[in-house]
Design a protein around this ligand. Sequence first.
Ligand code: PMP
Length: 361
Amino acid sequence: MTERIHNFNAGPAALPLPVLEQIQAELLNFNQSGMSILEVSHRSKWFEDVLDDAIARIKRLLRLDERYHVLFLQGGASLQFSMIPMNLGAADQPLDYVDTGTWASKAIKEAQILCKPARVIASSADREYTYIPRSIPIDDQAAYLHLTSNNTIRGTQWRSFPASGQVPIVCDMSSDIFSRVFDPTSFGLIYAGAQKNAGAAGVTLVIVRDDMLERVPDSLPTMLKYTTFVGKKSMYNTPPCFAIYVVQLVAKWVEETVGGLDKMAAINDKKAELLYGYLDSQNFFRGTAEPGSRSSMNVTFRLPTPELEKQFIEQSLAAGLVGLKGHRSVGGCRASLYNAVTLAAVQVLVDFMKEFLRKNG
Ligand code: PMP
């Protein structure tokens, strides 16, 4: 392969080309240090500037007020499934979860392993997680309400978040952070593995509100406490420096090159409209998510038979389109349209689908 191809991977996924080019350009001599960013000390001014800039940009992009702390942790979004109930789950208050698919179910399982009073207050398991539940019974007594904003595997997304009153929302935004504008004020904690929309694998963003920190029990191991990382600006131990640097560059790209989250969201809407518009215009390819719950990030669809799906995926690879195979747990096809995937790439995909239908329909 000599050219870059159209990357529809679900994560790790496409990164903006200017970000990759900047990484390449400064790899041997980062910011006049005479060293790579991979080689500088995490206590150096070079890295500290990267960290501070990443935090400042994320705060501006998400419109976070001074109560919010931006942390860079390891262990993936999956470690957050346990850290959240450990840190924020009081013993005498229910922990409320909405089950919208695999990742939400995994979060619930970890709270249960820890013997926390976790409850599933709404679920879309009855129709194979093809929709986002509409009515969410909010209980003022709950310690938090856990949501998964975008369900990477089933291709569903909360188009708006439920009014949760006094109950802080805790949200897994792994597959749609930085893709759109939302009001953060009802969120007590937001987390996201960086490897889809925010950067490279190896770092997890955690955004936590001040009042949540009062709940953190002293009894937790140091590395599992949010307060450890808030107190040391994510540098209690060696942070994943390179992955944080990539997040900084991605945030800079969204802010400066794209022009902010409003503009990013408008582009993402156009991409989603193009692909869903095509899915709705014929009967060969069939979108699997219910229209009102469709994700603008992960578009899931099926073809008439598994055999045709296999051919579609094989031929798409040969045509320079990668990552269209659905998650192994559900099969079918999936195109991930994260921020770095261009409208032009989605047009190439739609043209390829039309041609495939013409030959096989
Ligand atoms: N949550 C969601 C919504 C995801 O899509 C994923 C990964 N695909 C995870 C959590 C798990 O993330 P990680 O691999 O960083 O633990």
